[in-house]
Design a protein. Structure first.
Length: 240
């Protein structure tokens, strides 16, 4: 822990990549862990454009349920520690970028300001016809599937399997990772591409890679430091 903490203290450009693991201690099931949400559903059946075209009601029931679960939880100490670190870095005119695969919006609710949401956000609805986007944070949608003012059906504003990531956001995320002095990888199984490749990309450009996870992942072998434990406990310690 000391080595990682010193590297963080020395860094003038910090990038952080988070996954579902950072929201686990808030009570949101992860995708692939024990009891993970993918367990009950197959990712292919739900988080793809084909599934949505085939059965929009089923896909919307799943997202409506996930929205209600997320609406009922709070950001945890891990989210808050990252928001605190961003403020500290800003006060020292040092660069800090948070890249998240999570669509739950908990980093923003914890006070993080610069959040690159590379897989979109569950609270955003996008019209399948006119493309209009709106934020709807109601725990349960009044109507499922929701309809746009233009009358067409809306979809969740998230990135599904087989879909490209939002180009500008993804560009910024790649830039932040490869220009960072240190990349902190928190609570991700690092199996979903292209985001999973950020750690190796950062490392190849000389960044120190620090992983925080309760288990080993494909990032572990190449990490300079791999801290084993829950983000909610380790991050506050790491940034102390
Ligand atoms: C694309 C949004 C092309 C929706 C998600 C074969 C090889 C390589 C790639 C592929 C392949 N076949 C297909 C692909 C591409 C595919 C992919 O990578 N598939 C994988 C599964 C093999 N990728 C895509 O399709 C991507 N798009 O490639 O497009 C393209 C390009 C241009 C133009 C057109 C097309 C799009 C991927 C995005 C999919 N969307 N989510 C939604 O959420 O509903 S993915 C989903 O997985 C979430 O976003 C999630 O964040 C993401 C990654 O999962 P994790 O966050 O890592 O969560 P997970 O449960 O897996 O792990 C939790 C971790 O936390 C574990 O390590 C656990 O140990 C740890 N943990 C648990 N508790 C704690 C903890 N750690 C710390 N503290 C704790 N307390
Ligand atoms: Zn519309």
């Amino acid at each position: 822990m000391d080595g990682a903490r010193d590297a963080l203290r020395r860094a003038s450009r910090i990038a952080v990549l988070t996954g579902a693991g950072i929201s686990a201690e808030s009570g949101i099931p992860t995708f692939r862990g024990p009891g993970g949400i993918w367990r009950t559903y197959k990712a292919e059946n739900l988080a793809t454009p084909e599934a949505f075209a085939r059965n929009p009601e089923l896909v919307w029931e799943w997202y409506d349920w996930r929205r209600s679960v997320i609406a009922g939880v709070e950001p945890n100490a891990g989210h808050k520690a990252l928001a605190e670190l961003e403020r500290k870095m800003e006060s020292k005119a040092r660069e800090f970028t948070l890249i998240t695969q999570n669509v739950d919006g908990l980093h923003t609710r914890a006070g993080s300001r610069k959040v690159l949401k590379v897989h979109g956000e569950i609270w955003t609805l996008r019209c399948t016809e006119c493309g209009r986007e709106r934020e709807d944070t109601s725990p349960r949608l009044k109507q499922v599937p929701p309809l746009c003012e233009c009358g067409a059906m809306e979809r969740p504003g998230v990135v599904w399997f087989g879909e490209g990531l939002p180009p500008k956001v993804w560009m910024c995320a790649q830039k932040a990772a490869i220009e960072s002095d240190i990349l902190l990888v928190v609570g991700t199984s690092a199996v979903v591409h292209p985001v999973a490749g950020l750690a190796a990309a950062a490392k190849s450009r000389g960044a120190v890679v620090v992983e925080v996870n309760v288990a080993e992942t494909p990032v572990t072998a190449g990490a300079d430091y791999s801290l084993r434990g829950p983000a909610g406990a380790l991050l506050p310690e790491l940034f102390a």
